[in-house]
Write a protein that binds this ligand. Structure first.
Ligand code: PEP
Length: 256
């Protein structure tokens, strides 16, 4: 089933998060959840409130987190353990988002440890990969993305990889209003799937879900979801408004 994920980044405190989810739940129909999986990734401080709301009202959103540490516990001031996330009913954890890699210096190695840890605690990583504008313009996109995929999946079993999601997010398209063209997005998504087949197994490559991310909006999602190797989207800015996000989730019923 396609996975549509909303990454709120550092937006919406817990009161706003509650209002958001109530409004989104009102806008979506049962059929939407039958056809599309929807995860929301609020700031850590909102998770407990949303867990309570989702449980109490039996909502069908999947709770997600934007990051976690790779260790279960210890002297890591300010960090969040994957154990805590699992306890809060979190199912999907974004790992290696380009903002974490570029602004907070997360290395391929650290990202791989987080992937392992998220899986160990029964959650599903959304492993983000993608090239900078300079890499894009120098024709290095596939090299970079393949390297990040190899690093992130290192030592993972075929069954583990089957449960994972890889989000291809060209960094130059995040929050900029620019999109990779459908042809570019398909080329990279297909290359990611091939890399998974070579590195892990053909069944893992067929089962893993590949998202596209980068300025996705209600008006652009339909063209992206038509691509044979794209199984969902990771949405930042446009996931902050419940009406726009609902239209993204309902992409099958409109053309823009
Ligand atoms: C993101 O944060 O992963 C993202 C794709 O952001 P935006 O949709 O705003 O480009």
């Amino acid at each position: 089933m396609p996975l549509i994920s909303g990454n709120w980044k550092m937006n919406h405190h817990h009161f706003e998060a509650i209002q958001f989810i109530q409004k989104l739940a009102y806008l979506l129909q049962k059929q939407d959840f039958d056809e599309v999986e929807v995860s929301v990734h609020p700031p850590f401080t909102d998770l407990r409130s949303l867990q309570t709301l989702i449980d109490a009202d039996q909502l069908r959103f999947k709770l997600g987190a934007q990051n976690c540490h790779s260790d279960d516990k210890g002297a890591f001031t300010g960090e969040i353990s994957p154990v805590f996330l699992a306890k809060l009913g979190v199912q999907y954890v974004i790992v290696g988002h380009s903002e974490r890699r570029e602004m907070f210096g997360e290395t391929d190695d650290f990202v791989a440890q987080k992937v392992a840890s998220v899986l160990k605690h029964g959650m599903f990583p959304i492993l983000c990969v993608g090239e900078t504008l300079a890499e894009h313009e120098s024709g290095l996109t596939l090299d970079k993305v393949r390297r990040q995929v190899r690093a992130g999946l290192d030592k993972r079993s075929s069954d583990q990889v089957k449960s994972m999601v890889i989000a291809y997010e060209p960094i130059w398209a995040i929050g900029t209003g620019k999109n990779a063209s459908p042809d570019q997005a398909q080329e990279v998504a297909a290359a990611i799937r091939e890399e998974v087949a070579t590195l892990i197994s053909r069944p893992a490559a067929e089962a893993i879900r590949i998202q596209y991310g980068g300025s996705v909006k209600a008006g652009t999602i339909a063209d992206i979801m038509r691509l044979p190797d794209v199984d969902g989207v990771l949405v930042g800015g446009a996931s902050l408004d419940p009406t726009e996000f609902a239209r993204i989730v309902q992409y099958r019923h409109h053309s823009g």
